[in-house]
Structure formats: C-alpha cells, structure tokens
Design a protein around this ligand. Structure first.
Ligand code: NAP
Ligand code: HSE
Length: 430
C-alpha cells in the first residue's frame, strides 16, 4: 500500500461535516479501495468555537486556510464553503500549490468552471465537482464520461429540492406560497434567505453546468432565462390538477442544429410524465442522447449524507489516480461556443389566467387578440365569478405557439379595458 494521501477540508458545515465523518468512519474500506489510507490533515472553518457534527482529532481544525494551502502533505483540497469568493481564490491557490481540488460549489463552477478547469489542466491537475449538481445523484460523471458517445439533445430537470418541496406542499395541501415557504424554512429545507432557491438562481447554476457538459459548449448562468416560484398562487395548482397537470420548477436545456436554449421556470407538466411524479425534496434529471434515448436520474439532491457521497467519490477517484501515478483524466473540452437562443424562439403551449369584467363579449375580445397573434386556443373555461366585484376568471389553454407571439398577445390583452389583470401565465412543457 502507498503512503498516506493527505486531504484538506475548507469548510466543515453540512457537507464538510458529512465528508469528514465518512472519511473517518469508512477509513479502512476507502484505504482498501484506493490502495492508500486517506487522512484528513487539516480542516478550515470561520469560527473555531462552533459545535461540529463530527469529532475531529485535536489540532485538525484551523481558522487559517493557509494551514491547508501551504501544507505540502495535503494532495487534495476539498472546498465546501460555497459562493464565488473567497472559494474561487482558495481553489486557484490550491492549484498553484499543485493540489487537486474537489468542490460542491455550483455557483463558482457555473460562472467560472471552464477557466478553473483549464487552469487545473495546464498544471496537470483536476477539479472534480460531482456534488455541485444533484447532491447524491450521479450527474457530472455521466455527463463527462458515460454519455460521451451521444449527441445530447435535451436535459429536463427538477434540480432544486427546496422549491420542489414548496410546490409539492402547495399542490397536495392547497397552501399558499408564503405558508409553504414558512413550513419549508421551519423544517430546515429552505434557508432563512430563500432567494437563491425560490427565484430559480440555484437551478440556473446547475442547468448551466449540466448543459455546458452535455452540449460541449459554454452555457453561462446569464444565458439561462430564469423565473422563480414566488409569484405562484394556490388557485393555479387547483386548476392545474383539474386540467391534468402539476406545477414544477423545471430546468430545461435543448440543443438544435446550430444553437441551444436554456430556461428555468415554473411550468405545467402533464401528470403522467415521470417528472410530474417527483415530489418533496427529491430531484430528477431526464437526459436524451441519440444513442441511449431517454435516461432518468433520480434521488436526493441535498443533505449531508447524499452530498458527501458525491464529494467522497471524487476524493476517492483522485486518490486512486495518485496511487496509480496517472495524470489527470482528459477533460472533454467544449467543441465550440454555440449561440444561445432568446426566449422569443421557444415554442410551447401556454396556460393563462385572466381576471376580467364579467360582461358579454369579453371572451370574444381575448380570443380575437390571441387569434390576431396566431395563437390558437385549445380550451377555455370561466372560473369563479365574483358577483360583488362583477369580475370573472378566464382560464385559457393554448396550442403550441412561439413565445414572441404569446408575449405580444399578452401585451395586447393587458391593454383591453375589460381585463383587470393577467393573473397567471405559465408554459406547458409536456
Ligand atoms: P454550510 O453548512 O453553511 O457550511 C459552510 C462551511 O464553510 C462552514 O463550516 C463555515 O465555517 C465554512 N466557511 C465559510 N466561509 C469560510 C471561509 N471564508 N473560510 C473558512 N471556512 C469558511 O454550507 P453547506 O451546506 O455545507 O454547503 C457547502 C457547499 O456545498 C456549497 O457550495 C453548497 O452550495 C454545496 N452544496 C450543499 C448541499 C447541501 O445539502 N447543503 C448540497 C449540494 C451542494 P463555520 O462553520 O465556522 O461558519
Ligand atoms: N439549495 C439546494 C436545493 C441544495 O434546494 O436543492 C443544494 O444544491
């Protein structure tokens, strides 16, 4: 057996604590698999006085990251603090010091992954980031390696557990958004500041990473059209169910011949589809390859144990390469920089809920505007007339139409004197 491989942890929170526990508790098994013992030499945190979920030997914890970055006996640095900075600087410094890196940082990898990977490969090192997308679900390795022979044409995913938990509560318990969010926060599923999750940014980071790897092009988070769930109302979940749909925050990336599109938004999903059945904090990712057809990955996208499973797998992979004396595995470089289509080109069906004056001819005016813009109505229903206010709600389902046509029609509908407001507008992605 080769001599020990030193590991340095930057961060001992939810994920870092789980990683340290696994490395300590499964030490012998990992040593047998890798061919060398793995030893956590130092672990950096901000606050040395904070209680930890793992018992680390005295002298391991430090508040000084230099104790890791400057320690020549540490070969693998694990960054599990999150955010762009100082995580980015620490990773660059680790590479400059000749250390391999494992990270769970979706924001950093989505924004700067290609540059960081190029820097690592210039130095004959690797950055592994399985935990950055989908927690314990294997996704990065399949996209980097197992699906490489394919031309991937589509990625459709429920990739944020917090929002999926909130949407499942709203659908199954009939609760409003604020109530469902508060319950998720109480259970620890949603952060005190839930913006990153509920506004779709977390899902956009993860989609940018998956689409970049899957389509072998550069997809930046800013390329992803992003809408969150915070404006959804309980009534739309009821109407969705009546119409045979569920509402899910879907992350969708598609590749056509010369371009790609990427979007994150709450959408109607037909009830029979596999993604419609993914509830609570679970994640699922459906990838279509030309050789494989559709493959579906499903599981726990967050939490100490599932996420540590992904981080530790990356550590073991790197450690095994070190034992074998091999250089880094080839990173399958982007093949080009495919243009990203604007939302205007996307074509779906649509669900509209419009609050109107309850008067004769209103429906005809709305139908006329949609028709003028080439948007064909598939079904329409008048809901919940309010006798006091003399208003009614019209629910319209359309046939497939271009987003540009639909947006133009919406702008005209909003201008109609009989329309109080367009209360809801959701794409139907089935
Ligand atoms: P967390 O519980 O907040 O832990 C963060 C850890 O980093 C803490 O130990 C903190 O120290 C330490 N830290 C923060 N800034 C630091 C700095 N400047 N120097 C040294 N230590 C610092 O976060 P987490 O949930 O484990 O998430 C870590 C990463 O994993 C993030 O990139 C996240 O997106 C990703 N991730 C998390 C999950 C999940 O389920 N939680 C799932 C997938 C991916 P103190 O403890 O002293 O404050
Ligand atoms: N905040 C993320 C989620 C977990 O709710 O899915 C980490 O990726």
């Amino acid at each position: 057996m080769t001599s020990e491989i030193g590991v340095g942890l930057i961060g001992v929170g939810t994920v870092g604590g789980g990683v340290a526990r696994a490395l300590i508790e499964r030490k012998e098994y990992f040593a047998r698999q890798v061919g060398a013992p793995l030893v956590v030499r130092r672990a950096a945190v901000r606050d040395l006085a904070k209680p930890r979920s793992v018992d680390l030997a005295p002298g391991i914890l430090t508040a000084n990251v230099d104790d890791i970055l400057g320690d020549p006996s540490i070969a693998i640095v694990v960054e599990v603090i999150g955010g762009e900075e100082p995580a980015g600087t620490y990773i660059r410094r680790a590479l400059a010091a000749g250390k391999h890196v494992v990270t769970a940082n979706k924001e950093l990898m989505a924004k700067s992954g290609p540059e960081l990977l190029a820097e690592a490969h210039r130095r004959g090192l690797d950055i592994m980031f399985e935990a950055s997308v989908g927690g314990g679900i294997p996704l990065i390795a399949p996209l980097r390696r197992d699906l490489l022979a394919n031309r991937i044409t589509s990625i459709r995913a429920i990739i944020n557990g917090t929002t999926n938990y909130i949407l499942t509560s709203m659908a199954q318990e009939g609760t409003g958004y604020a109530e469902a969010l508060a319950a998720a926060q109480q259970l620890g599923y949603a952060e005190p500041d839930p913006t990153n999750d509920v506004e779709g940014y977390d899902a956009a980071y993860k989609l940018a990473i998956m689409a970049s790897l899957g389509f072998r092009t550069r997809v930046r988070p800013s390329d992803v059209h992003t809408e969150g769930i915070s404006r959804l109302e309980a009534v739309d979940f009821r109407y969705a169910a009546e119409l045979g749909y569920v509402i899910k925050l879907l992350a969708i990336a598609e590749r056509t011949d010369g371009s790609i599109s990427a979007r994150v938004a709450p959408v109607f999903v037909p009830q029979p589809e596999p993604l419609a059945k993914v509830d609570g904090v679970f994640n699922a990712v459906q990838i279509v390859g030309d050789l494989t057809g559709t493959v579906l990955f499903q599981g726990r996208g967050a939490g100490a144990e599932p996420t540590s499973s992904a981080v530790v797998a990356d550590i073991l992979d790197l450690a095994h390469s070190l034992v074998l004396g091999s250089r880094e595995r080839k990173y399958w470089d982007p093949e080009g920089d495919l243009p990203v289509e604007s939302m205007d080109h996307v074509e779906t069906r649509y669900y509209l809920r419009v609050t109107v004056g309850d008067r004769p001819g209103v429906l005809a005016q709305i139908a006329h505007v949609l028709g003028d813009h080439g948007v064909s109505i598939a079904a329409v229903n008048q809901k919940e007339a309010n006798a006091d206010e003399q208003t009614a709600e019209l629910v319209v389902m359309t046939h497939r139409a271009r987003e540009s046509a639909m947006q133009a029609a919406l702008a005209s509908i909003r201008k109609l004197a009989v329309v109080m407001r367009v209360s809801s507008f959701l794409r139907v992605e089935g």
